[in-house]
Design a protein around this ligand. Structure first.
Ligand code: AMP
Length: 130
């Protein structure tokens, strides 16, 4: 993450207000959708950190600004998002492996407060992450 992106993440205020992802869901702004059904949308990250970098989001936020806000009622959608991550990884040909990331809150460098999984692949990942 570039310094400016880290600053943007730190400046982002955790909120339940609509985000840019609502506009992407409503197709009010363009995105490259790679998977869509009635519950989730997966689209390419505008600032990819790997050859394959896809965001997977619930279409209905239902208070899930981030993982820290998860309640028992979210268990089904949380599991479904992970399952779709696997479906999309297969679709993208990531047979050699991939990484799922969920940034949460300022320390996690979250910048968009609508829960999303990052699906990263197409290169060797490093550990520990930054
Ligand atoms: P996070 O920092 O975990 O909250 O991730 C937010 C992600 O959304 C970042 O990786 C951004 O590059 C990505 N992003 C922001 N706006 C867009 C957009 N319009 N289309 C696609 N990805 C976006």
């Amino acid at each position: 993450m570039a310094a400016s992106e880290k600053e943007a993440a730190l400046a982002a205020v955790p909120t339940d207000s609509p985000t840019i992802f609502d506009k992407i869901i409503k197709k009010e702004i363009p995105s490259t959708v790679v998977y869509e059904d009635d519950k989730v949308l997966a689209f390419r990250d505008i600032n990819p950190q790997a050859p394959t970098h896809i965001l997977i989001i619930p279409k209905v936020k239902d208070g899930l600004t981030g993982l820290a806000k998860a309640e028992e009622r979210h268990i089904e959608i949380l599991g479904y998002l992970l399952y779709i991550a696997k479906v999309v990884a297969k679709q993208e040909g990531l047979g050699d492996g991939f990484r799922i990331v969920i940034n949460d809150g300022p320390n996690g460098c979250q910048s968009v407060y609508h829960l999303h999984l990052h699906l990263l692949g197409g290169r060797q990942m490093n550990w520990p992450p930054g």
